[in-house]
Design a protein around this ligand. Structure first.
Ligand SMILES: *[C@@H]1O[C@H](CO)[C@@H](O)[C@H](O)[C@H]1NC(C)=O
Ligand SMILES: *[C@@H]1O[C@H](CO)[C@@H](O)[C@H](O)[C@H]1NC(C)=O
Ligand SMILES: *[C@@H]1O[C@H](CO)[C@@H](O)[C@H](O)[C@H]1NC(C)=O
Ligand SMILES: *[C@@H]1O[C@H](CO)[C@@H](O)[C@H](O)[C@H]1NC(C)=O
Ligand SMILES: *[C@@H]1O[C@H](CO)[C@@H](O)[C@H](O)[C@H]1NC(C)=O
Length: 783
């Protein structure tokens, strides 16, 4: 390793000082500068100096010639644990020069990621009835869940109070709470909330000016609500009498109520920047969290693994034994929309639970149309009121300020969904003097219903009912309506779980032979703690403040699984992140509460493994899965090599050498020891063989597992051996599975076929989905 010598060091330190001055005052920064993340070879000589003087400025001294040192580059972060490199403000010219530098693996522009919530406030109460609050959540726990989100609002929130008997933070945790701005660590942190940090260098740099502290808090304090919600879902303490107004009263509790929470604030009003995310992952790894929960990701298609800070940071975290659980995204129902799809990440889709909030429309002619609502104000008391169509009153979408008060005052207004937030449409009706709202879907959203905390008496109906109500308004000489709110109804929904239309789907945009998402978990109408600094709708016109809120999104499903992973980490300290993920996947269930395959709300029919992954998480079964499919860093490197990434780029993920060793490759990327199978056929004669190794983690040292195959249509699946005879606990055995087009000529009408393989010893069923993509189905992404 090269050493930096005296004179050079002086120059570097001087540059560091200049950079520090620049950092202190963001003023004077050239407009042309933007943030870049620079990944360096782990043995890059500049790193030693960078670390010695506590910053990454030295790195730039090595990378930029004197002529390119103006405008002054500014270093935002230096990464050591979740990546190796820095984030800095550079001109495109400086960035290009740096990219060509020796030992520079890659230079990427910083990007804003999104929170994975549908902006659909709704209310629901999650209880033990959903079967997802395992008894094991009671009592002390040493697991630490790192929640990377909008921060956390602990003030007066029982969810973040330390339950009696919870001991001090685990000795393995070296993080802590920062006291800054409106966040008072000595008042807010305790043995439940043991970490609170804030990351805004990338955000502020992108803004071009300091954060407006009248609008958001430059501290770990959550002024948005999302992070408070996700953290309490994963590991909140039990709170009795939770609920929203009269809806769904009961106990609220996180999945792992005994786990500790470390909050890392990375998301701000305009998004969550890669440079800040990577910095937070860097610290979370160094702090020693057990699980990272990240309900954030790309809004569009998944970026390639080596341009994705979440994938890069997660790789390092997983190599340290940390489980990284992420939301799949809310870009469904289109295919290839799942994000956070690297195989080392646990990718979570969203499904419904068994609870609804009906609110009926009763028309003047006596007809009743069912809808949903979480309106919590004064009811209409069955009073029939004049009904108008918003399209006749200036704005069919009920945009703020566009409704004619003369036409809507005192009336119920039929508005169409689209363009603006649903709750905002109700606000527009209210501001124009309207008495209530019926929000109707159009073809774009069909029959998907979302219960919202409207500011006027309002309900939402599907497209079919909406069209009928519209016809009534347009044909009846004096149309009237009222809305009857029926509160909270449990166990009557057609079936549960169902996969939300918004939940992002596979196939995997970056690696089609790795099935994604991995699992589904509750993500629709989830009740959890909320900030006191914003309304439940996050609208300024909404002056309400609530301790709990109900929102929907894969953002909500992810922390459920993060909490379950924390429980599994505690129950099985020697399991790797891959083993924990395997346990959750192979024990997931695929039938709903009516005994049929879990349905997809986007289509109304059966979901597929590209929609529900391996199925819905089943925590109690995951505690004892029988067998696990394990994998480690070396396997993931071999996987990346197999995908064809150049070794120099793979070095972004590894930290042990400057050029990754690609001497080990799989025959195909799907040969990674994954607990699911995705075969991509290139012809109607194709056949793929995948290799797997399973480890006996059950209590029976002489367990015998037999395979049971459900072949996808048009496909023959064979397994060898078909019986696995173990002779000891923790012993591993290999098998191979061949997925081939059936011998006889087949005409397969579908783009995909699905099946499964299950290994059973009579006590455990270890089940993996099999997905087949037929030829000429394009869609594959470039790296
Ligand atoms: C922070 O909280 C502690 C403990 O409640 C209190 O003593 C202290 O005065 C608070 N500090 C500020 C700046 O409010
Ligand atoms: C419905 O009845 C309640 C209770 O009597 C009353 O407070 C409320 O104002 C009534 N609402 C309307 C729209 O008349
Ligand atoms: C372990 O598995 C073997 C083979 O299936 C079976 O015969 C035996 O009864 C099992 N032992 C226990 C304790 O379940
Ligand atoms: C079981 O095997 C795995 C992988 O070889 C190892 O990491 C783990 O420590 C073993 N556990 C026990 C209890 O021996
Ligand atoms: C395993 O699957 C079979 C059906 O294939 C089912 O009858 C049995 O109840 C399952 N066992 C467990 C423990 O889930």
């Amino acid at each position: 390793m090269a050493r930096i010598r005296g004179p050079r060091l002086a120059v570097l330190l001087a540059l560091a000082a200049l950079a520090a001055v620049a950092a202190a005052a963001a003023v004077g920064e050239a407009r042309s500068q933007s943030t870049y993340i620079i990944h360096l070879a782990p043995d890059h000589p500049a790193l030693t100096v960078a670390r010695a003087n506590g910053g990454g400025a030295a790195v730039l001294g090595r990378l930029l010639p004197r002529r390119l040192r103006a405008p002054r580059p500014r270093v935002l972060y230096s990464y050591q644990h979740a990546a190796t490199g820095i984030a800095a403000r550079l001109t495109p010219e400086q960035a290009a020069h740096a990219a060509a530098g020796e030992g520079v693996l890659a230079v990427y522009p910083d990007q804003a990621r999104q929170l994975h919530t549908t902006h659909t406030p709704a209310f629901l109460h999650l209880t033990e009835a959903a079967g997802l609050l395992p008894a094991a959540t009671r009592g002390a726990s040493s697991a630490v869940v790192g929640v990377l989100d909008t921060g956390l609002y602990p003030i007066g929130r029982g969810s973040f109070a330390a339950p009696a008997g919870l001991g001090p933070a685990p000795a393995s945790f070296s993080g802590g709470c920062v006291s800054t701005g409106s966040f008072n660590a000595s008042a807010y942190c305790n043995s439940k909330l043991i970490g609170a940090k804030v990351f805004y260098q990338g955000y502020e740099a992108a803004l071009g000016h300091p954060i407006d502290e009248t609008k958001e808090s430059k501290s770990p304090l959550d002024t948005e609500g999302h992070g408070t919600h996700t953290a309490s879902t994963a590991a909140g303490s039990p709170v009795a009498g939770a609920g929203f107004f009269d809806y769904a009263k009961g106990q609220a509790v996180g999945m792992d109520a005994g786990a500790r929470i470390a909050a890392y604030k990375i998301c701000w009003k305009s998004g969550c920047y890669d440079s800040d995310i990577l910095a937070a992952m860097d610290e979370a790894v160094a702090d020693g969290v057990d699980v990272i929960s990240l309900s954030v990701g790309a809004g569009g298609y998944a970026p390639s693994f080596f341009q994705d800070s979440i994938a890069i940071g997660a790789f390092h975290a997983v190599s340290k034994g940390i489980v990284v659980s992420c939301s799949a995204g809310n870009s469904g129902p289109g295919e290839y929309t799942a994000t956070n799809i690297a195989p080392w990440i646990l990718t979570v889709g969203a499904s419904t639970i068994d609870r609804e909030f009906p609110a009926d429309v009763v028309l003047g002619d006596g007809r009743v149309f069912g809808g949903v609502s979480l309106y919590a104000g004064d009811p209409l008391n069955s009073t029939q009121l004049p009904l108008v169509f918003a399209g006749d009153c200036g704005s069919r979408l009920c945009l703020l300020g566009e409704l004619d008060p003369k036409k809507v005052a005192g009336k119920i207004v039929l508005c169409e969904r689209g363009k603006t937030a649903r709750v905002e449409k109700g606000a527009a009706v209210k501001l124009a003097g309207g008495a209530g709202m019926i929000l109707a879907n159009t073809e774009a959203s069909g029959e998907e219903l979302v219960a919202d905390s409207h500011l006027v008496p309002a309900t939402m109906v599907g497209q079919k009912f909406g069209d009928k109500i519209k016809y009534y308004v347009q044909t009846d000489p004096s149309p009237t309506a009222t809305i009857v709110f029926r509160g909270t109804v449990i166990g009557k929904s057609p079936s549960a779980p169902r996969v939300a239309s918004f939940s992002s789907r596979g196939p995997n945009y970056r690696a089609r032979e790795i099935l994604k998402p991995d699992v589904i978990a509750p993500g629709v109408n989830i009740l959890a703690a909320w900030t006191g600094a914003a309304s439940p709708t996050d609208l300024d016109i909404d002056s309400r403040r609530v301790e709990f809120n109900i929102i929907s999104g894969t953002s909500m499903s992810c922390p459920h699984v993060s909490g379950l992973a924390a429980l599994l980490r505690q129950a099985h300290p020697d399991w790797s992140p891959a083993a924990i993920k395997s346990a959750l996947m192979t024990t997931a269930y695929n039938l709903d509460n009516s005994g049929e395959t879990i349905k997809d709300l986007a289509t109304g029919v059966e979901s597929t493994p590209f929609v529900r992954g391996a199925g819905h998480v089943d925590p109690n079964s995951a505690l004892d899965p029988g067998l696990v499919y394990d994998a480690g860093t070396d396997d993931y490197v071999a996987f990346l090599c197999t995908l064809g990434y150049p070794p120099s780029l793979i070095s972004i993920f590894t930290k042990d050498s400057s050029v990754a060793d690609c001497s080990r490759k799989f025959a195909r990327s799907g040969d990674l020891n994954y607990p699911a199978f995705a075969a991509v056929f290139s012809s109607y004669k194709d056949s793929v063989t995948y290799h797997r190794v399973v480890r006996n983690v059950g209590s029976n040292s002489s367990a015998v597992y037999e395979s049971k195959i459900v072949s996808p249509s048009g496909v023959d699946v064979t397994v060898s051996p078909s019986k696995l005879v173990f002779d000891d606990k923790n012993r591993s055995l290999a098998y191979e599975i061949t997925i081939a087009v059936s011998g006889n000529p087949v005409i397969v009408d579908a783009k995909y076929s699905f099946g499964s393989i299950s290994w059973s010893d009579g006590v455990h069923n270890v089940t993996s989905p099999i997905a087949v993509t037929w030829p000429s189905n394009g869609g594959s992404a470039a790296m």
